[in-house]
Write a protein that binds this ligand. Structure first.
Ligand code: ATP
Length: 135
């Protein structure tokens, strides 16, 4: 079994899609082992997106993820990392396949509703950032 760090970004909360998005993960059989609603600082965004801070798209991304409350959670299940990324769909909502969260619910490359860790190393790093108390 595996754990992965998932974010329901501020667009999900703003659009009232927290239930819809969370339902998809739960219906798949993944278990919520930690969850929190909060508005984050730019510093936390920089830590989370450490690999992107120098990119052109980062300043607007940073403004977006700090623009309102988001939901952070840890999901657990068999191959949870890959399973969550498949459920999320491609980064750009316009290109993401129908049936995925982004493919069904997002028309944007930035405001794409969700984040999921992309490897076991990222999951470990990100869970430590968002849920330092979780064992
Ligand atoms: P995430 O890491 O959020 O699950 P991802 O792995 O599909 O998404 P990354 O390439 O890691 O995508 O980019 C992180 C986030 O940065 C994306 O989810 C998106 O919100 C934003 N982003 C990435 N590329 C662009 C871009 N070209 N223009 C605007 N925003 C972008």
């Amino acid at each position: 079994t595996q754990r992965t760090l998932v974010l329901l970004k501020p667009d999900t909360v703003r659009r009232g899609l927290v239930g819809e998005v969370l339902s998809r993960f739960e219906a798949k059989g993944l278990t919520v082992v930690a969850m929190e609603l909060r508005q984050i600082t730019g510093e936390l965004a920089d830590q989370h997106y450490a690999e992107h801070v120098e990119r052109d798209f980062y300043p607007p991304l940073r403004a977006f993820v700090t623009s309102g409350p988001l939901v952070s959670l840890v999901l657990e299940g068999d191959e949870a990392i890959e399973v969550v990324r498949a459920i999320n769909g491609a980064t750009d909502g316009r290109k993401a396949a129908p049936g995925t969260i982004r493919g069904d619910l997002s028309l944007s490359n930035r405001e794409n509703l969700v984040h999921g860790s992309d490897s076991p190393e990222s999951a470990e790093r990100e869970i430590a950032i968002w849920f330092p108390g979780l064992t």
